[in-house]
Design a protein around this ligand. Structure first.
Ligand code: HEC
Length: 201
């Protein structure tokens, strides 16, 4: 795959070259003579769906289809009851993240910890099965996500998931996260277009 980081490989005469001149080249506009611009289809592989479902592809899959797929592609590492072995435990632990008993370690799973079902879809699509990541179709990812969520008692066993219904799933720990209230610790990222017009535009 030939990929270039945005801003590292702008071809001569490209939009950035047209917008600048030799005496006012910003670091973001410098070229190094290697790489090619990533194509839209190459970039598409790097896009994640948002929690509200934007960016999810078409497709659908049922719990039953997901169960068959799980047995073929996931069970060896995650266990027949999703209890984990080589791979992580996927279900259980609900309510264990916050407790007052120092002897009880939190049990972090998809069921107890993850705030959005769209993250589950995205993670499986990119990273699982770990021995062959990226080999599942979109339909298969909907199906196996539905199966994991049903074993976690988050969706009923007769569920079929698609972009709309996946985004509508309410995860048990959805409200267990707080935003960092310190803007000075995590300032908003500068916007490249604003930097360019301040430089010379
Ligand atoms: C070859 C072993 C293997 C197979 C097969 C496999 N996994 Fe995994 N899985 C892992 C390992 C190891 C991790 C932990 C990865 C890490 O933490 O970086 C993991 C992590 C995960 C997680 C994240 C759990 C968490 O809470 O962080 C999910 C969800 C998951 N796998 C789902 C699946 C699904 C669905 C399949 C089948 C399509 C599958 N896995 C197949 C080994 C495997």
């Amino acid at each position: 795959m030939s990929l270039a980081l945005a801003g590292c490989a702008v071809p001569d005469g490209g939009p950035a070259a047209a917008a600048t001149n030799a005496s006012a080249t910003t670091p973001a506009e410098m070229t190094y003579g290697f790489g090619t611009l990533a194509t839209p289809s190459e970039l598409a592989a790097f896009r994640s769906p948002l929690p509200d479902g934007r960016g999810l592809p078409a497709g659908r899959g049922s719990v039953a289809q997901g169960q068959a797929l799980y047995q073929q592609r996931c069970l060896a590492c995650h266990g027949i009851n999703l209890e984990g072995s080589i791979g992580d435990r996927l279900i259980g632990g609900r309510g264990s993240l916050v407790n007052r008993d120092p002897g009880k370690a939190p049990v972090k799973t998809v069921e107890s910890y993850w705030p959005y079902a769209t993250t589950l879809w995205d993670y499986i699509k990119r990273a699982m099965p770990m021995d062959a990541p990226g080999t599942l179709t979109d339909d298969e990812v909907y199906a196996v996500s539905a199966y994991v969520l049903s074993r976690a008692n988050i969706v009923p066993a007769d569920t079929t998931l698609d972009a709309q219904s996946l985004a509508a799933v309410r995860m048990p720990n959805r409200d267990g996260f707080i935003a960092d209230p310190r803007p000075e610790a995590f300032p908003p990222a500068p916007r490249p277009s604003a930097a360019r017009s301040a430089d010379g535009g």
